[in-house]
Design a binder for this molecule. Sequence first.
Ligand SMILES: C[S@@+](CC[C@H](N)C(=O)[O-])C[C@H]1O[C@@H](n2cnc3c(N)ncnc32)[C@H](O)[C@@H]1O
Length: 285
Amino acid sequence: MLIKDIIPIRDIIDKKHKPQYGYYYFKPYMLMLLFFVISGCSFLFLGIIMKKPLMTGGALFIIFYGIFTTLGWILARYVIPGNRIKIAKDIVHSLNISGKEMILDVGSGRGLYAIEVAKKLSTGKVIGIDIWDEAEIDNLIFHHRLSQPTGNIIKNARKNAVIEGVDNKIEFISMDANHLKFASNSFDVVICGFVIGHLWKFSPAILKEIYRVLKPGGRLIIIDSVRDLTYLLLSTPHLFILSYLKGTKARWLTKQNWYSLIMNAGFKISRFKARRSIISVESQV
Ligand SMILES: C[S@@+](CC[C@H](N)C(=O)[O-])C[C@H]1O[C@@H](n2cnc3c(N)ncnc32)[C@H](O)[C@@H]1O
């Protein structure tokens, strides 16, 4: 048994720790760029000395691809307001919360939205769910493998809550959003940040389930990606190719698609903002 399994997380974390939400990793992108540039330049060199135009063309494509992907990352990180952590803080800050609400965060990841909203609560409580438990990942396995190389595990969500001092207001549970194990009319607010638009196959069951567990008058806050020019610039081409091959719609949702999805699930939209690759929608049961 490891020390960290015996001592509760709270006791081994001090104020120096910062929450880690798994965004904007520098190293993998730089390694990827290095890989594309080194392999591209090698093929370019071979193509030129062997006088093979196809190889030279392929090499130029590899170099271009590497640069394009890295530029997307730099744009997302430094230029476009795509900083996920800032978006979460701004959106949660602007929410009208009394402090007594029961809140559900669907697809919590490392707990970013659950933790931010918990900071606004007095007697209220947040439950964060995600398919953290490997046993719950069936047809979502493909999505899971590709989208979660960065440690979206329940332990990390709990650790972040402890670091932010809100662990007494949050409970993280592994659960599939397609089958929420809560009674109907349980929550005042549901937050769903970057989940629906990131699935390989859109599942209408998620919105139906959210509708069911919200109390009458309860609010759903969706923050997600919307397909526009900025989104295309930010996106890694291989993900687009994969989603096209898999015939998925979820990664291609336009403003109009989002509007229809939410309305068709029975919600009344009270605020709909779409700006530079991000939508934020508030709707009511
Ligand atoms: C891009 S991450 C977003 C995490 C977090 N909301 C944030 O903004 O940092 C999407 C999350 O949705 C989760 N997810 C995908 N399908 C799910 C499902 N059916 N039920 C619950 N969570 C799901 C994934 O495991 C992943 O952690």
